[in-house]
Design a protein around this ligand. Structure first.
Ligand SMILES: Cc1cc2nc3c(=O)[nH]c(=O)nc-3n(C[C@H](O)[C@H](O)[C@H](O)COP(=O)(O)OP(=O)(O)OC[C@H]3O[C@@H](n4cnc5c(N)ncnc54)[C@H](O)[C@@H]3O)c2cc1C
Length: 441
């Protein structure tokens, strides 16, 4: 090993070997271990309630009707803790309403962190030839906090008006702190599985976790699941697409003096486009891609290691979250069609501007977040109402933070003004967004 870290050295340098040994010490020598009284007392014998399980009748499977435990009753419920969901929860809390945030994995950031999609494309937009930071508000605060962590949080390029790349662990940590500080009630390891309906109005969502199937009631639900899981369950109209699905990875052990695209020396990030028409809502497709891509990546890293200068490279990490780009796109009050969305002054209800991905700017209409018919649900992030060309820009990470901010702010205003999201006062919404740092042009 000349000038890069081996996998073992890399772990040692991060101090992880010590941490792993420390955490594991209690379990290393099972024969020396004696359970304490409290542990022994916790070993209760239980039998789950009868009548909850599905039943097989005449070759068909039925699920009996049952009452669900009400876990929480809030003003705003956000399903999904990716860029959009985190921004929505924080922005709604800023206006003083009660917020619950439900996320299926154990961390925040969604594809940005769990999907290892680290490059914040569209942080800047060129105005009169000069880069102007448009990733502001929650996204701007995150960038500042990552920069304040020193060399490990975000690449320095952002200071020169270039889109920065973040470190996934630093971003997960910072997002977690920002959510904690917001005071939102958080449910991690919880999968939103259904909408709770009262006629045409959404009144909350059902979620599933190790605690079983439970319910949260809310005045407004924000669907930030990326795939529109909740607005679809609520019966809102949407278009469904099969698109590129990738799996992203990082390689370590590169020469320390080599220029890399992550904040950590010797570590490189590799994005993946994938095949054009894959169904991100089909579990068998997701399973096949996960397994095939894993082999592909392993083989490609083995090849890479054989190239001069990269002998000490190793596969540091494959994203724990498969990279699904686009599945359901809402049919909203406004549909963002490329030809009109690039023009200023078309929409009177602009709640943010997105850039990058081929468009110098997309004006985001609030109507693109609101379903045509179903009430009390707002979409945020990569599943808002748009055509595929607009999606190339509006599904980028900064744009998802932007629509998340707009959704959270609108939801809070709807609660405070006792109106449905489609009737939110647009002037008030735009004014509040600006006060909280959003860039509306
Ligand atoms: C391979 C790939 C490469 C990309 N490259 C770039 C790039 O270089 N730069 C860039 O800016 N953008 C890039 N993008 C786009 C960008 O990463 C995503 O569009 C963006 O991060 C989406 O944010 P989101 O919050 O809308 O959704 P997501 O990040 O998908 O977040 C949704 C969150 O909701 C959770 N969730 C989902 N369903 C449920 C449920 N039913 N209940 C509870 N929780 C749920 C998920 O776990 C996740 O945390 C890329 C995307 C992919 C897939």
């Amino acid at each position: 090993m000349k000038n890069g870290y081996s996998r073992r050295e890399f772990i040692n340098r991060l101090g992880l070997s010590g941490i792993v040994a420390g955490f594991g010490a209690g379990n290393l020598f099972a024969d020396q271990y004696k359970p304490g009284d409290d542990e022994l007392k916790s070993g209760k014998i239980l039998k789950d309630d009868k009548g909850k399980s599905a039943v097989l009748r005449s070759g068909k499977i039925f699920q009996p009707e049952r009452e669900l435990q009400l876990k929480s009753d809030v003003d705003v419920l956000v399903i999904g803790g990716g860029a959009a969901g985190v921004a929505a929860a924080i922005s709604a809390r800023k206006l003083g309403v009660n917020v619950a945030l439900v996320e299926r994995y154990g961390c925040f950031g969604g594809l940005f962190t769990g999907g290892l999609v680290l490059c914040l494309i569209g942080t800047y937009k060129k105005i009169d030839g000069q880069p102007v930071q448009i990733a502001r508000g929650v996204n701007g605060e995150l960038i500042n906090r990552l920069a304040a962590l020193g060399d490990c949080g975000i690449t320095k390029a952002w200071k020169d008006g270039k889109d920065p790349n973040a470190d996934p662990e630093a971003a997960k940590y910072m997002l977690s702190e920002m959510v904690r500080e917001s005071g939102a009630k958080v449910f991690l390891h919880s999968w939103g599985v259904d909408a709770i309906m009262d006629g045409e109005k959404v009144r909350g969502a059902v979620f599933e976790s190790k605690s079983g199937r439970q319910a949260i009631l809310a005045k407004v639900v924000i669907d930030a699941s990326g795939d529109g899981d909740i607005f679809a369950a609520a019966g809102a109209e949407y278009a469904k697409y099969s698109r590129y699905i990738g799996l992203v990875h990082r390689i370590g052990g590169l020469p320390l003096d080599k220029n890399v695209n992550t904040p950590i020396k010797g570590v490189k990030w590799l994005n993946m486009r994938g095949d054009a028409t894959e169904d991100g809502l089909d579990v068998e497709t997701l399973t096949r891609l996960e397994m095939d891509y894993r082999k592909k990546i392993w083989d490609s890293v083995e090849k890479f290691k054989k190239t001069p200068g990269n002998e000490n490279a190793f596969l540091l990490e494959i994203a724990p979250q498969l990279g699904v780009r686009t599945t359901r796109l809402l049919k909203g009050v406004t549909h963002l069609a490329y030809d009109t969305a690039v023009k200023p002054d078309v929409f009177k209800d602009v709640v943010g501007i997105a850039s990058g991905g081929g468009a110098s700017q997309i004006y985001i209409s609030y109507g693109a977040l609101v379903p045509k018919s179903v009430d009390n649900v707002i979409a945020a992030g990569r599943c808002i109402s748009m055509d595929l060309k607009v999606a190339e820009t509006c599904r980028l990470i900064p744009a998802c933070f932007t629509t998340g901010m707009a959704a959270g702010t609108a939801a809070a205003i709807a609660v405070k003004d006792s109106c449905v999201p489609r009737d939110v006062n647009i002037e008030k919404l735009q004014k509040t967004l600006k006060e909280n740092g959003a860039y509306l042009g």
